[in-house]
Design a protein around this ligand. Structure first.
Ligand code: RNT
Ligand code: ZN
Length: 426
């Protein structure tokens, strides 16, 4: 990339033509843009430093998740991470959220173990988020990369270890609720644990009984639902946990439904590769109150590649729009690529999620529904196919323009400049 892409003047003419094209299909482009602007994405903080956190220098990532690659410029301090995030949020159109993990606490020289974290350890994040104009903050207990998480956490046979992680998760919920209050928007606290087994276990039930009991303790304290939402994240397998995962899909779906106040978290990398995450949304939301999405891209396995506007991602957003589920779904991202410029990874993936949502909002929904209702499946198929060639690009460019964000490849110019002037010096 050497030249700056051309921007707004031509985009606006293209936009007007696109708007008219969509109008002939009964699609209200302005309504789509309004919904897109009102849909925050929770951007994950952990793309910037390969899920290391800043509890100590050069933390080792454990828990069966893995970043691969060694691209220069990784953030090595809270200040660097925030500096990077400021650029990220500048290059993403609209107002968004930041999703923090407990390992990103600001201890200001007085560290505590994870069972003792408090809102004050995240106060500088809240101040920063307000100053940066973010929509809100979300939170996650970090039940991995710790000496007490080596064999298991909330399902551990040793009561003392279980209690340590129960205290950590309970403390994390209080931090989430505090974020909700400080930022004035509901904060989601999501519990994911790595507990599982490399080889075939004899006892699959015991750890699940212990996990269910631990979760009951974690969620015992009532927190204001306007400011705080709990979520539990299922998984199929992890590295070193290939044969058994305690918190499987069935386990957490059952738990969320039984509890009634806990959202279910669907991570796009946590299912068999041929399963459709999109198909699960309307099934789960028949019964669960709310959904949290970890939009991700698994390539052959839970590899957490950067999100792209590929068919599976677009299908997820189509389901949210078609089923009118946006209001009951918190959208978060979860991927970590250390092989390319990390800021580009953040920006490309978040914009891809937004573009997928925009494409879903621009579907000729009324025509598709009518064709299906009268049983004209050839027309339905034709509409799907013709939709692929509709002028999404100019509408997306216009959205970027209205939100003072570079359209097309413009963001890469800024990222390349930042790489030269900031990242290369780290
Ligand atoms: C792991 C889960 C979990 C983590 C993050 C860091 O498989 O997807 O969400 O990736 O919390
Ligand atoms: Zn996840």
């Amino acid at each position: 990339m050497t030249s700056r892409p051309r921007l707004s003047c031509t985009a606006t003419a293209g936009f007007n033509a696109a708007r008219d094209t969509y109008a002939t299909l009964g699609v209200d482009v302005e309504a789509a843009l309004a919904t897109l602007a009102a849909t925050p994405i929770s951007v994950h903080c952990w793309q910037g430093d390969d899920v290391g956190g800043f509890e100590k220098a050069d933390a080792v990532l454990t828990g069966g998740i893995q970043t691969t690659g060694n691209y220069p410029g990784k953030a090595r301090s809270l200040d660097q991470l925030r500096q990077d995030l400021e650029l990220v949020f500048k290059l993403i159109p609209g107002r968004h959220r930041l999703n923090l993990h407990a390992i990103y606490a600001d201890f200001a020289g007085r560290p505590v173990d994870r069972d003792a974290i408090e809102p004050k350890h995240f106060a500088s994040w809240a101040d920063w988020a307000i100053a940066t104009g973010l929509h809100g903050l979300d939170f996650n207990p970090s039940n991995f990369s710790h000496p007490k998480s080596v064999t298991a956490t909330l399902s551990h046979p040793d009561r003392a270890i279980r209690e340590f992680w129960i205290a950590h998760c309970a403390a994390s919920r209080r931090i989430g609720a505090w974020f909700g209050k400080k930022l004035g928007t509901r904060s989601v606290t999501n519990v994911w644990i790595p507990d599982g087994s490399k080889d075939t276990p004899f006892d699959r039930a015991g750890p699940r009984e212990r996990l269910a009991a631990s979760l009951d303790q974690v969620f015992a304290e009532k927190l204001p639902p306007k400011l705080h939402l709990d979520a539990v994240e299922s998984k199929l397998f992890g590295i070193g946990a290939e044969s058994y995962t305690v918190g499987s899909h069935e386990f957490y779906l059952g738990y969320a439904l039984k509890n009634g106040n806990v959202a279910y978290c669907l991570d796009a990398g946590h299912f068999h590769p041929t399963e459709s995450l999109a198909d699960k949304i309307s099934a789960i939301l028949q019964f669960a109150p709310a959904l949290l999405l970890h939009v991700s891209r698994g390539v052959r396995w839970d590899s957490d590649h950067v999100v792209t506007a590929d068919d599976p991602t677009r299908a997820i957003f189509e389901e949210l729009v078609r089923g009118d589920f946006l209001g009951r779904t918190a959208i978060g991202l979860d991927y970590f690529d250390a092989s390319i410029n990390r800021i580009a990874a953040w920006v490309i993936g978040t914009r891809a999620a937004q573009k997928s949502l925009l494409a879903a909002l621009l579907e000729p929904a009324a025509q598709l529904r009518d064709a299906e209702t009268v049983g004209d499946h050839a027309l339905r198929l034709a509409l799907f196919e013709e939709s692929r060639a509709l002028p999404l690009g100019p509408v997306w460019d216009e959205f970027c323009r209205r939100h003072n964000t570079p359209a097309r490849l413009g963001y890469m110019t800024e990222i390349q400049h930042y790489e030269k002037t900031v990242l290369a010096k780290r």
